[in-house]
Design a protein around this ligand. Structure first.
Ligand SMILES: O=P(O)(O)OC[C@H]1O[C@H](O[C@H]2O[C@H](CO)[C@@H](O)[C@H](O)[C@H]2O)[C@H](O)[C@@H](O)[C@@H]1O
Length: 363
């Protein structure tokens, strides 16, 4: 090909590529080679893809968690939802009947389940009455707190020994001093930490997120040890896209981390296949109930991340998930409770039932 022919081919290619780019996206008064145009196209495609992703993030940030059932007639929806997910208090006798001959094991989420949702995550305290109810339940039934929080942090709220604690969405499991088959040697009670190799990365990401979100009023980054939470409960909705963009810019640097969402919170965690559902299975196995029909696990939680545990129970056809929610929501739970005060009531009834109906002495 002659030089002239080469230039002609390039010109045709350039015109073809140029037509894919709106004039506004091209820097002014410059001629572009096909390579330049390809790079500009790639950049534009990535920007558009990124923009679409941010819009999707913001949409799902708007939705509460777990996703609310869409409604045209909210009264009808609410009553049909409550038929499908009746109150665990009104169904208490039936739940207890299902436990006949089985060992109840209790799994309790923390935020929104044992403590009411508050603006400042550092002040999500549990009431003394709730603590007493959990302590009493744990005297009669193996009990685990399963939370997205850092394990030490949740312990500082619950302050009860004698329980299992699964922090960082189940990626940090510790047992009570007297516990199960996994407890060997001097591991300080730690039973399982499937994401320990991610510790330095999570620390790095936490620092980057603190830096990147500094200018966004109300944003709060929380280091949950094996995962990080970026709270937007106190961020003006107008700044949600900016916040999502900052989080995305950090997350893009870490392909081994993924994003999930909770109640007004973006959660960054390792891509490993581990969640609250897997933690529940691990704990049942640790307690000796891996393949047993003699167990009735009850999991109470309010958030999207608790759905993994509800699903495990549904798939096993064993035990019950109880969703804490005032609103109809898509869920794999079988029953519902409206708020933490009803959770407390349920726990108290469980203890009374064990004490009086069954004549159960505390172990
Ligand atoms: O699994 P959980 O125990 O439910 O933990 C999930 C997240 O809970 C906390 O955030 C939530 O509660 C805060 C205090 O009420 C509230 O301000 C926030 O909007 C909620 O998302 C916790 O701070 C997060 O780190 C957990 O991931």
């Amino acid at each position: 090909m002659t030089n002239q022919q080469n230039v002609a081919v390039l010109d045709v290619k350039s015109r073809g590529l140029r037509s894919l780019l709106p004039p506004s996206s091209l820097p002014a008064a410059k001629s572009f080679s096909p390579t330049d145009l390809k790079m500009l196209l790639k950049k534009r495609f990535e920007t558009e893809k990124g923009g679409a992703k941010i819009n999707a993030w913001v949409d799902s940030m708007r939705a509460s968690s777990p996703t609310r059932v869409r409604s045209t007639d909210s009264t009808d929806d609410k009553s049909s939802w409550i038929v499908q997910h009746p109150s665990a208090l009104s169904m208490f006798e039936q739940i207890m009947a299902a436990s006949k001959g089985k060992r109840i094991v209790m799994f309790l989420d923390y935020d929104g389940t044992l403590s009411p949702i508050v603006e400042d995550p550092d002040r999500a305290f549990m009431s003394g009455e709730m603590r007493a109810a959990v302590r009493d339940v744990a005297r009669y039934f193996p009990t685990a707190i399963v939370t997205g929080r850092c394990r030490d942090k949740v312990y500082s709220f619950v302050k009860l020994s004698g329980l299992y604690y699964a922090g960082s969405h189940g990626m940090d499991i510790r047992g009570p001093s007297k516990c199960c088959k996994y407890k060997k040697g001097n591991n300080n009670g730690v039973l399982f930490q499937p994401a320990s190799e991610f510790l330095p990365m999570i620390d790095e990401v936490y620092k980057a997120l603190v830096e990147k979100t500094r200018s966004i009023g109300g944003a709060k980054v929380e280091n949950n040890k094996f995962c990080v939470s970026v709270h937007f409960r106190c961020v003006d909705e107008k700044s949600w896209a900016a916040l999502a963009e900052q989080v995305r810019s950090v997350l893009n640097q870490y392909p081994k981390l993924k994003l999930t969402q909770g109640r007004k919170v973006l959660e960054i965690r390792p891509t490993i296949k581990w969640d609250k559902g897997r933690a529940l299975e691990f704990l049942l196995e640790a307690l000796g109930y891996a393949n047993s029909d003699d167990v009735l696990p009850i999991y109470i939680g309010d958030d999207r991340t608790d759905e993994d545990a509800f699903k495990v129970l549904r798939d096993r056809g064993q035990g019950f998930g109880i969703l804490v929610s005032k609103e109809p929501k898509e869920t794999n739970a079988s029953y519902s409770l409206q708020e933490p005060s009803e959770v407390k009531e349920f726990l108290r009834r469980l203890v009374d039932w064990k004490k009086y109906s069954q004549g159960g002495a505390a172990p």
